[in-house]
Design a protein around this ligand. Structure first.
Ligand code: 1HE
Length: 273
């Protein structure tokens, strides 16, 4: 993935600057969180999961969208297999719950998260990607769930999130057979919403993030928090939740000003892009 740093990026300070397995920078309302463990292909150690959790809990007030990337040749090699050897059953449950807490903080945090995928997006790496809201896949990206080969099961929320993207049958196939999807197969299956050339993922993600950051925060919150929950509800309950969420969103001062701007001809129109 190309990693040209536009001059407007500023390094983080305080707690976020102390997270040594991440590199976190800010460009106005967009925060860039980079997995920075390239020698181990960004394998998700306990420390890295803990740092992701800390980062997403402590995003600056000014952050309106986050872009996540992985340093080096691969987005993420999944669970750090070297740490798995010594764990007993009880520790295994708590370990999985630790991942759930971190990835829930990404999916159900304060701001939308766009992730750039390149190279290996496997195992826990795909679980991490599936907790983000918008996925941009470069041509080099490939997707796999090698847990079956390793004697494992998904433990980072994958069984709940990934079938919601690609369906139970496709996930079953990946896990049972070790099948690996190339980028285009992954996009077609629903694992990413955008396909770009190698080296172009970050620029695309930043452009998307800037657009998302320009939305009313309550609208973004509604999309992140209400949509997946409504999808899990019966239609009757979903419609009721929708009515409540819609009323909350449209009653904010932000919404009223945006509507006024449109009616007075000061807002952009919806056009084909
Ligand atoms: C690792 C890991 C890892 C690399 N845990 N150390 N995930 C997997 O089964 C994927 C395992 N990894 C791979 O298949 C390959 O490493 C890659 C295709 C991702 C990259 O290949 P390559 O040739 O670029 O790198 P490499 O030489 O294999 O790895 C470089 C180093 O990273 C090497 O360590 P070194 O000390 O010998 O240099 C590797 O051991 C290390 N490394 N991947 C630990 N995953 C909550 S449940 C989730 C369950 C899962 O995620 S299961 C899937 C696990």
């Amino acid at each position: 993935m190309s990693d040209v740093r536009p001059p407007e990026f500023e390094p983080s300070s305080g707690l976020l600057a102390q997270l040594d397995l991440l590199r976190i920078e800010h460009a106005g309302p967009v925060t860039h969180v980079r997995l920075s463990r390239p020698a181990k292909r960004n394998a998700l150690s306990d420390a890295l999961i803990g740092q992701l959790h800390t980062a997403f809990v402590n995003l600056p007030e000014t952050t309106r969208a986050v872009v996540v990337t992985g340093e080096g040749e691969h987005f993420c090699a999944g669970l750090d297999l070297a740490e798995l050897m010594e764990r007993d059953v009880g520790e295994g449950v708590l370990h999985s719950r630790m991942w759930h807490a971190a990835f829930d903080q990404i999916q159900f945090g304060r701001v939308p998260v766009i992730v750039v995928l390149h190279g290996a997006v496997v195992g826990g790496g795909l679980e991490l990607a599936s907790a983000c809201h918008v996925r941009v896949a470069e041509a080099s990206a490939y997707f796999g769930l090698p847990e079956g080969q390793r004697g494992l099961f998904v433990g980072g929320g994958g069984s709940a999130r990934i079938p919601r993207l690609m369906g139970v049958a496709r996930m079953t196939d990946l896990m049972l057979t070790g099948r690996v999807y190339d980028r285009d197969e992954g996009v077609q299956a629903g694992l990413a919403q955008y396909a770009v050339a190698d080296g172009e993922g970050f620029a695309k993600a930043m452009a998307l993030a800037r657009r998302i950051a320009g939305n009313a925060p309550m609208s973004n919150f509604a999309v992140m928090h209400a949509l997946p929950r409504i999808a899990d509800q019966s239609q009757e309950q979903g419609l009721f939740t929708e009515a409540l969420m819609a009323a909350v969103a449209e009653s904010t001062p932000d919404a009223k000003e945006r509507l006024r701007a449109f009616l007075e001809g000061r807002a952009s129109k919806v056009v084909k892009s």
